[in-house]
Design a protein around this ligand. Structure first.
Ligand code: TYD
Length: 207
């Protein structure tokens, strides 16, 4: 079996986890050994970097520091987990990948898309996703869904204006790369969203 790499993107609170679990079940039914991972995280080192990135006390963190830490966590994850799994013929589903850096650091933080790709090139190597699902949600709705949580992390504490830039950035990215990125309205019922994901993945498997 040829390995596949699928990523799920979207703002905080868009429901990525639910869809990832459904997609895992589907891919297992298709005979795949499925590996789930998340960014930032997925290895001991990357989870340690995640703690730094999301710590709400580190308000003084500079955008450049943030960009490099996300890329560092990614480099470790790709080399230690994603790359070997894809080469072994597994299906890898990642909750977020480099598109998050493009949107959050490149667009919302204003560091620029090209800078983000340059920094991430050594982190990613040849491993770009075969398909990406963008669960699109108005910023206000995403924030309202997350507000029920006990404590918001450093990124979630960002302003509504920041989260609106994230949303617009994701939409622009999906418009630029419709072959890879499928944008889905995350306010639709869970099963409708899942049907769209399944249909795109079954096309991918037929290739
Ligand atoms: P997480 O709790 O995983 O968010 P979610 O449940 O919404 O997926 O936190 C990850 C946060 O890090 C999220 O706010 C998005 C942000 N992020 C970046 O800014 N750049 C990146 O490259 C990645 C992977 C995540």
């Amino acid at each position: 079996m040829k390995g596949i790499f699928i990523t799920m993107e979207g703002p905080d609170g868009a429901g990525k986890t639910t869809q990832i679990e459904k997609l895992r079940d589907y891919l297992e039914e298709q005979g795949y050994d499925v590996l789930l991972t998340r960014e930032p995280g997925g290895t001991v080192i990357s989870e340690a970097i995640r703690e730094i990135l999301l710590n709400p006390e580190y308000k003084e963190m500079k955008p450049e520091t943030e960009l490099l830490l996300y890329a560092s966590a990614r480099a470790q994850l790709v080399q230690q987990v994603i790359g070997p799994a894809v080469e072994a013929g597994k299906a890898v589903i990642s909750d977020r990948f480099v598109d998050s850096s493009v949107v959050y650091q490149g667009i919302a933080r204003g560091l620029g898309i090209e800078t983000v790709y340059e920094v991430n090139r050594p982190a990613i190597g040849k491993y770009m996703p075969d398909a990406t699902f963008l669960l699109d949600l108005p910023a206000e709705v995403g924030i309202a869904r997350k507000k029920n949580q006990a404590e918001l992390d450093r990124m979630e504490q960002e302003s509504l204006e920041f989260h609106k830039k994230v949303r617009d950035g994701y939409c622009a990215l999906a418009d630029r790369d419709p072959e890879r990125i499928l944008k889905i309205d995350a306010t639709l019922p869970i099963d409708s969203i899942y049907d769209m994901i399944k249909s795109r993945v079954s096309e991918l498997l037929a290739c």
